[in-house]
Design a protein around this ligand. Sequence first.
Ligand SMILES: [Zn+2]
Length: 348
Amino acid sequence: MFEKTTWIKLPRNVLVGHGVLDDLSAAVEELYLSGRPLVVTSPTPNDLVGDRVRAQFDVAGTVVVETASFDAVERVVDAASEADAGYLVALGGGKPIDTAKMASDRLKCGLVSVPTAASHDGIVSGRSSIPEGDTRHSVAADPPLAVVADTEILAQAPWELTSAGCADIISNYTAVKDWQLAHRLKNVEYSEYAGALSQMTAEMLVESADAIKPGFEESAWLVAKALVSSGVAMSIAGTSRPASGAEHLISHQLDRLVPGRALHGHQVGVAAIVTEYLHSGERGEWSDIRDALAQMDAPTTASGLGIDDETFLEALTTAHTIRDRYTILGDGVSEAAAREAATFTGVI
Ligand SMILES: [Zn+2]
């Protein structure tokens, strides 16, 4: 009896490149959405390009959010309902995009993603996470209907945001290893296609490391394309597994212990050095990951993240408790083993 099914949800229009912001309304028109858009943004992107976006539509309004919070989600939901908006346009970095994703999930309306920084793969995926107290609420919503990533704008974003995007992609290496491990040990469903795509994306980025430098629009292009294909891998898999393994669990734990200390991508990058060591040992590829991160100006140590060694070790030894996702951390790494791994790799 054959019972397998799959349902792949992908963005319909993905535009990456120089000046594509001016094609936003054309990209949206092809989606046959009804009603007016509500723009969800944060102060800086609103100042920079808010008017260029609004000029292309008869907008239902703009909500400017300072942080990703439940309050902000509530404000967006209220504003969209009051103005009878048909869909949301998220303009900015992680905060407005995460907020708009959660709001669009609540409103059951479409979302268009217009990232102004190539800082993480959430710009393409449906996943969103909002902090509340010392926990985070996550939704696995549908991916955006369209993504419009203008490389001219992405290239102007602070370089640390781009290097964080690179590090988020490099962590796909260990995420895929964790996924394969979970498949072998726990019979977790594994998609060869999504796994290969995610791994290839990380390899391509590392191979073009020489071309990834501050101020070059070409760098923004390479990173944005990699973030798109990483998002597509998650869409194909129907899970964040291709781009999120133990290194992401450790990063989530750091978010709890020292909220807002370092960028998401930078945290997962440093954590990936250690989890790669846990996968493959002293002679493994952890040093390749470290070197690739260093080449893209991403931190390679806990102190580089502004996090003290003991806090990093606490995250490493407790990360397995966060969610029911089997990884190389298994049922927990002992303190001695965590210290050994972090010391050997130079992370602490
Ligand atoms: Zn990530």
